[in-house]
Each structure stands twice: as C-alpha cells, then as structure tokens.
Design a binder for this molecule. Sequence first.
Ligand code: BDP
Length: 490
Amino acid sequence: MTDLTRRRLLQATALLPLAAACGVRAWGADAPAARASFALDMSRPGRRVDTSLASLSYETLELSDPTFFAADNHGLVRLFREMNPHGVLRIGGNTSDDTVWGGYKGTMPAYVPRRHGKRLQPHVLQPEGLQALAGFVRATGWKLVFGVNLRIGSPEMAVDLAQAVQRLVGDRLLAIQIGNEANNYFHDYATFDAAWTPYAKALRAAGLPLAGPDTGANTDWVIEYAKRHARENVFLSRHYYREAAENGSIPDMLAGDPGFFGEVEQIMQVADQHGLPFRVSEGNSYYNGGRDGTSNVFASALWGADFMLTLAQRGVAGMHFHGGTLHSVESSLGRVAKVATGGDIVAQRAALASRYAAIAGSRALGFQPQPLFHGIALAQRFAGARMLPGRLDATGVNLTAYAAKQGDEVLVALVNKDARRDAAVALSGLPHGTKGELMRLRAPALDSRRDISFATDGYVPADEAGACRIAVPRGSAVLASWKEGAKAHG
Ligand code: BDP
C-alpha cells in the first residue's frame, strides 16, 4: 500500500463507527473489507483477569544506578502507574545470577564467569540501590518479585539479600525467585532441584515467600517443580521469547505464538491442581535484546496486546515484559551497549532503551512510552473482568477477538494483525440497545516507531438484537465497551 492510500485509509477510519454501525463498507473501493464475525456467549463466563496482568521485568543491574528505580524519578513512576496501578515489578535476568550483594559480610564461593562470557568480576549490588527501589515500589503502588543469585551457590548470601529486600519493601514483596533461567547452566531438572533446595530451605526458614522455577523455556521443569514444591510457592513461573533477535521480523511476530499457548495449557492444568497462579515472569518478542525495527515498532503493540489477552483467557495471572536500559540488557548478554546519538528527543530516549522495552528514556531526557506500551495498555483494560467465550469467523484474516464482562460492562478487543486485509467485524450477543464506546490503537504503519495512539474514537451502538459492526483496518486494534443501562438512543 502506498503512503497516500494508507493515509486516506486512516482518515477514513475517523468516520468508521457510524458507517460501520450502519453495516456499509467503511472505506474506498480499493480496500474491500473482509466480513468477519464474532458472536459472544454470555452464558459461560471464563477466567477472571488478574489486575496484575500488565507487569514488567528488569535486570538486577538496573539497581546499580540508585536514581533510576527511585521514588523521585517521577517520569518513570508516572508511566508505571499509567500502565497499571496494580503491577508487579520483577527484578532478575541474567545479571541477577552475576550479582553479589554488597551488604553481605560472610564468605562466598569465587565468581565463575559464564561459559562464553567476558565478565571476570561479578556486579556488586549496593544497599543504596535497594533502598531506592523500595521507595520506587511504594511510589508506583507495584509489588516486587526479586531474584537472587543461584549460580554462585551461596544460600547464605541469598538469605541476607532477601532479608534486606523484605526489610525495605515489607509486604510489597510478593516473592523471591532463586536463579534466572537455571536451565542455561544446569543440564537437567534434578541438578537444578538439588542446588535450589538448600536455598529454598534457608529462605523459607527466614520467613521469605518463594516463587519459581523462573526457567527459560522448560515447561517440563515447571511441571516437575510444581509437583515437588507447589506448597512452598506463591506462584509458578517461566519465561517466553518467540525467537532469537536474528530471526525476528514483523511478519514472524504477527504470526502468533500457538506453540507456546499449548504449553501454557499444560502449565495451567498443573497450576490449577495446586491452586497456584502462573506468571510469565520474563518475556518479550525476541531474545538477544530484541530486534530493532520489529520489537520497537507499532507491530509490537499489536503482538503484545494479542499475546496478553490470550494469556489472560487461559488464566495466566501476569505477563512481565522484559525491558529497561540498553546498558542493562546488553550487559546481561555480555555485550557493551552502543547508544546511537543524534535525532530528536524521541529518538534519543529510544536509543537509551533496550530494543524490546515498553518504556524508554532517562532521568535527564525524561521517559516515554514505546510502541509496545500502548498494546499493553489496551490489554490491561481487561483487568478484573471475566473473560467470555465467543465464536470468531475471521474469514482468513489474521484477526483475533476477545470479550469479557465486568459488572454491567461488556468489553471486546479486536486485533487485526493482518498487513494486507481490513476487516469489518459483525458482533452479536452484546447488551441490547446500548451505546458502545470505541477506542482505537493505531499508527501510520506497522513499522512506525512513533505517532502511535490509543484513543477514544466515538460510539458503536448495539442494536435491539445486540448486534453491531466494527471496522478494524489492517494493522490496527480496537477496544469497545458497552454498559447495560447506557441506552443507545437516550
Ligand atoms: C533472557 C535473560 C535476560 C536477557 C534476555 C535476552 O534472562 O537477561 O536480557 O534473555 O536475551 O534469557 O534478551
């Protein structure tokens, strides 16, 4: 599509609610919309979406700058609160297993560099970093999940650090996790379990809440861990990235994550048996730091919204998008950050962030939402609601649909991840004769780095039979809500 066609299409979407409600084709003859349908089923409510669904993950190394996670870092505090007033911040990543606690006075084993790593000395976490983090957590209203170093093999140091975290953070501490992706350095579950057990014993004896196993991609580890340790844990966790950054692309990202969702089903079965929540404690589009031009453009917002809502539908309590500064993430990969210079303030802030970060910037330059942020914000609108099943006929378009009910409000999200086909979606099963409100998530193009908006865009009234039609242009998403009692004409 040419830029001009694209622009016309976007202008046309301003008129869509009306045109769409009347069931006419929404825009020019050059772009016939596929007629999809989505029938909601109010009679079988599904899972309740946890309010902490939108959550974040950062490297432990981020704490080496005590002005970053700090109560007076207002720009960052504001964006956390805006994303989710009930989020959970997970501190961990590779650097958690490469960090020693500066407040620890005992002896500890010598630091062993990673197999392919160049770092010969561990990072040292200083008490100021922790104090500031506690202030940040209070200022945001978020809870904290904190990872201790398993790789070094010092339960004593881990307990000392975890106790310091608990003293400072109090009941905002949701859990301590032991090790980050231990599957990268223990070749099987039994070896991991043998190393994990003395840590868990010591931490529990000190009254600390635990979660885990925080494995990279090993669903079998999560299941085995649940079998052995469910009672000692407050939630189960694993990570998820689609692929390595080298193999990433916009079409690949928008193709979805069906393989992973199958594994989520397996984990949820076990989690439900034990009455434990499951959190994707770290994840994003592409590991190895994310892919420039894919992880940090508008397509990532559509991927992120869709991914979160599928997780929520399956009962996953939280999705922690990994991010933070380019410096911390590159260090986690044994690399030195090369920050691009130049450009305007938006480009400068983005250059300081890891490529998959939802939030970019610094204290000096200020902080900004990245494209992914807006997708997270859309999905987070489902927080607290109960998912509803629905029958989607996407007519071959790469389109997904979600519905939920909260009190007397019905929510629908439609995500058109198709790069070529616009959709006009006929909805049914809505509260009869209600005025519906519409928000659109859109940008000039799938590869836009800026000018992303998630904003109100008029009304989508449901008729007396509870039906309406919504146009969802290619590469965009909508969130609509109808309130019983809010009459369409009145
Ligand atoms: C995960 C690590 C994290 C990395 C990330 C990545 O836990 O520290 O930053 O991968 O490769 O496996 O981007």
